[in-house]
Design a protein around this ligand. Structure first.
Ligand code: CO8
Length: 258
């Protein structure tokens, strides 16, 4: 069991829960925290008993961005040589689903981390923004790309150029978050949704995630072809037989992940 210093890592049944835990810096994402998230996700991905992960922060902040203190004195060759930020991409490359449960500030790298997850559940207190422009830089962990795909050019451009924050209601209206939940219920609701996903056939869940993500990587025709190949392949799975037999028998399905 690894000793984590910047996050809390728990399992709740078939769900892996990661709570960002640098309260004094509003969960600013330093390199240690990103490394620890990756380590925790590595463990959950290896664990056959885990079917879904949740990443959350505190009531006040999901994460107020990359750690400005850590990066302010970096020079260009250093950022290039250490491949600054590239480790973050590993969150987006995971095969099992990850839900971001966001309360309070999700700014800069915090907003980018939430967007790397598969969907975002927002507390009514959530505030999203890409304020890097105010620091004399710009988003560096996918913000200019992912925010634009979520909310369209006009709103993404305005937010990245001005640093304006979006509240939870606006974020839901424009499709950045899937749902808004009263802050007091956020983590319980995220764990409930994650448990629901973890009870499905895990190969079906992972293939579904892979297929939805294809929509962002290829043309419609190629994406639909990819989906059809995967769909046909599912008829080789015991879980397809079980899921459909259970429906016919009017009983709950019991999936074996095979
Ligand atoms: N980095 C480091 N420390 C931070 C950060 C941060 N991003 N955000 C807040 N803190 C610290 C503050 O310095 C303060 O520390 P201290 O108590 O020691 O002075 C503590 O957290 C509490 O913050 P505030 O006192 O400022 O709290 P307020 O409630 O007054 O304000 C805000 C809250 C509005 C969230 C404010 O803290 C703020 O504007 N924070 C910075 C937000 C920001 O600019 N984020 C973008 C960062 S840049 C970025 O993410 C680039 C991404 C590139 C990819 C990632 C590369 C690794």
């Amino acid at each position: 069991t690894a000793a984590y210093e910047t996050i809390l890592v728990e399992t709740r049944g078939k769900v892996g829960l990661i709570t960002l835990n640098r309260p004094k810096a509003l969960n600013a994402l330093n390199s240690q925290l990103v490394a620890e998230i990756n380590l925790a996700l590595d463990g959950f991905e290896r664990d056959r008993g885990i079917g879904c992960m949740v990443i959350t922060g505190s009531e006040r902040a999901f994460a107020a961005g990359a750690d400005i203190m850590e990066m302010k004195d970096k020079a260009y060759p250093e950022t290039y040589l250490e491949d600054f930020i590239t480790a973050w991409d590993r969150v987006a490359q995971r095969r099992k689903p990850i839900i971001a449960a966001v309360a309070g500030f999700a700014l800069g790298g915090g907003c980018e981390l939430a967007m790397m997850c598969d969907f975002i559940l927002a507390a009514d207190t959530a505030k999203f923004g890409q304020p890097e422009i105010k620091l004399g830089v710009m988003p560096g962990a996918g913000g200019t790309q992912r925010l634009t795909r979520f909310v369209g050019k006009s709103k993404a451009m305005e937010m990245c150029l001005t640093g304006r924050m979006m509240d939870a209601a606006e974020a839901e209206r424009v499709g950045l978050v899937s749902r808004v939940i009263p802050a007091a219920d956020l983590v319980d609701e995220a764990l409930k949704v994650a448990a629901q996903i973890a009870d499905m056939s895990m190969p079906s869940v992972m293939m579904t995630k892979e297929s939805v993500n294809r929509a962002y990587e290829t043309t419609l025709a190629e994406g639909v072809r990819f989906e059809r190949r995967v769909f046909h392949a599912m008829f080789s799975m015991a879980d397809q037989k079980e899921g459909m037999a259970a429906f016919a028998d009017k009983r709950p399905a019991k999936f074996s992940n095979s």
